[in-house]
Design a protein around this ligand. Structure first.
Ligand SMILES: Cc1cc2nc3c(=O)[nH]c(=O)nc-3n(C[C@H](O)[C@H](O)[C@H](O)COP(=O)(O)OP(=O)(O)OC[C@H]3O[C@@H](n4cnc5c(N)ncnc54)[C@H](O)[C@@H]3O)c2cc1C
Length: 458
């Protein structure tokens, strides 16, 4: 048994060494003598996929704000990714985005994102977090329960029968968090969850990337109108492409060779199907399903144990189409650092103070993701969220105009990209200058024909 109190040193334990757990550990490292990050997986020394993060085998992008914040924490991270083969993508200039019935106009956007496999990004972030003072990562360590003393969680029970005691325990085990089930067993409340159904299926394949002068993009994203089906070809180190196909509401891409290609061919631009058919395949097609966006409302709980936090996807897991999950973990880490700077982690007010602070960026992401999805008629908002309310319909109608305008106006395309990447407030969508430009440009684009909008991130 490891005893934090007996040693007189302050120890935090994080369960889960994926992007959520790593972001949490980075914030904790400044305030605890020791931060132990446990993961049930063998953690590879190389940038490889692992069992505990199956979604890493699908297209993953960091949003502009997440990327900028990570670079601020770890200067040189972007350069190290590029050195290892990541491709710098200026989404406005280098991204071919065919959504809403036509391609978005090319524009120079204000941010560039080193684009690579999720495994390479996690590998570099993990190395930097592990080198922070006091941080250690312990692989092959499965948490099976929590230990409590009075109203406080004081330790993590591990599969081998040992107990890891700590002054603060952070659950970053993802959407399927088992800690949420352990809480009621210990007499605490389970958080209520809000849910918006999307039933998206992802099918992905990695193929070899060779230079081809006919391709005028570094990243391509194509969506049907309305956006029921999507396809992305995104560069990875290697050099490789990851091709990911997505279908909403049960219209899932098949994971067999012919079905995968046919699904890509059903998209309104041939570029994704061309990448598949013209490239050498480097592996099997893999499939992943996400039933809903889910937000566990920990910020509304009355009976939270001291010494224990949910974090990352354990709190909020969003429709991945918007590419927000890792950035959410980054923003939650900023919230954790700010809370630790004001309230000692041992204080009774600490847990609620963190949950309230983290709820602000989460609410913004939730609004953006579910607002887009609720414009699709099949989307259902559970727990009182409705797809038919007036504000959602109005927003949907306006966003159809924005989409049309982005096909002819660089200003609209650039502003929309910056909002999607969280580098500009969503309020920028309705600034007088933007509304004027949207109305004028959407007339130019002939956008009277109905279009749908989900605001995906290519
Ligand atoms: C198909 C798909 C595509 C996505 N695309 C994007 C994208 O483009 N951009 C983006 O930002 N986000 C994307 N996401 C979301 C992103 O993957 C997550 O938000 C991100 O990984 C942070 O999650 P997390 O660390 O909280 O949980 P997870 O990534 O789920 O990690 C949980 C960790 O906990 C460990 N663990 C679980 N149980 C135990 C236990 N009992 N004991 C010890 N360890 C345990 C696991 O091994 C794992 O390492 C996507 C998600 C999916 C499903």
């Amino acid at each position: 048994m490891m005893n934090a109190a007996a040693s007189g040193r302050q120890r935090a334990v994080v369960i889960g060494a994926s992007m959520g757990g790593l972001c949490a550990a980075r914030a904790l490292a400044k305030h605890f003598d020791e931060v132990v990050v446990l993961d049930r997986d063998e953690i590879p020394e190389t940038p490889d996929d692992r069992r505990g993060v199956p979604q890493a085998r699908h297209y993953h992008t960091m949003l502009g704000l997440g990327q900028r914040t990570l670079e601020g924490w770890f200067p040189g991270l972007g350069a190290a990714l590029l050195e290892d083969g990541a491709v710098l993508v200026n989404h406005g200039r280098d991204g071919y985005a065919f959504v809403g019935g036509a391609p978005r106009i090319r524009c120079e956007s204000s941010f560039d994102i080193p684009t690579c496999s999720r495994a390479l990004l996690e590998h570099h972030v993990r190395r930097r977090v592990a080198s922070l003072p006091g941080v250690s990562i312990r692989p092959r360590t499965t948490a099976v329960g929590l230990s409590k003393r009075g109203g406080r969680i004081v330790g993590v029970k591990v599969e081998d029968g040992s107990l890891v005691e700590a002054d603060l325990i952070v659950d970053a085990t993802g959407r399927a968090s088992r800690a949420v089930r352990w809480l009621p067993e210990l007499g605490f409340e389970t958080p209520d969850a809000e849910e918006v159904t999307v039933d998206v299926g992802y099918a992905s394949r990695v193929v070899r990337r060779v230079e081809d002068a006919r391709r005028d993009f570094r990243l391509a994203m194509v969506g049907t109108d309305p956006p029921q089906r999507l396809g992305v070809a995104s560069p990875m180190e290697g050099p490789r492409w990851i091709v990911t196909l997505v279908g909403y509401h049960g219209d899932h891409p098949p994971a067999d060779e012919q079905g995968f290609l046919d699904f890509a061919r059903s998209l309104p631009s041939p570029v994704i199907a061309d990448v598949i058919s013209e490239s050498e395949s480097l592996g099997d097609i893999v499939f992943h399903r996400v039933p809903s966006s889910q937000w566990r409302r920990v910020d509304r709980m009355k009976n939270t144990p001291d010494g224990f936090l949910l974090f990352g996807d354990s709190i909020c897991s969003l429709n991945p189409v918007y590419g927000q999950g890792m950035t959410s973990a980054v923003l939650q880490s900023e919230a954790l650092a700010a809370t630790l700077g004001r309230v000692p982690a041992t204080d009774a007010a600490f847990v609620q103070a963190f949950y309230r602070r983290a709820a602000k960026p989460i609410a913004m992401l939730w609004q953006m993701a579910t607002g887009g999805d609720l414009t699709l008629p099949q989307t259902k908002g559970l727990k009182g969220t409705s797809g038919s309310n007036f504000a959602t319909k109005l927003l949907g109608a306006y966003m159809r105009r924005v989409m049309g305008a982005g096909q002819v106006s660089e200003m609209v395309a650039r502003t929309t990209l910056e909002i999607t990447h969280l580098l500009r407030s969503p309020a920028g969508l309705v600034s007088p200058g933007m509304v004027w430009e949207v109305l004028a440009a959407s007339r130019r684009a002939g956008s009277a024909a109905p279009r749908d909008f989900t605001g995906q991130t290519a």
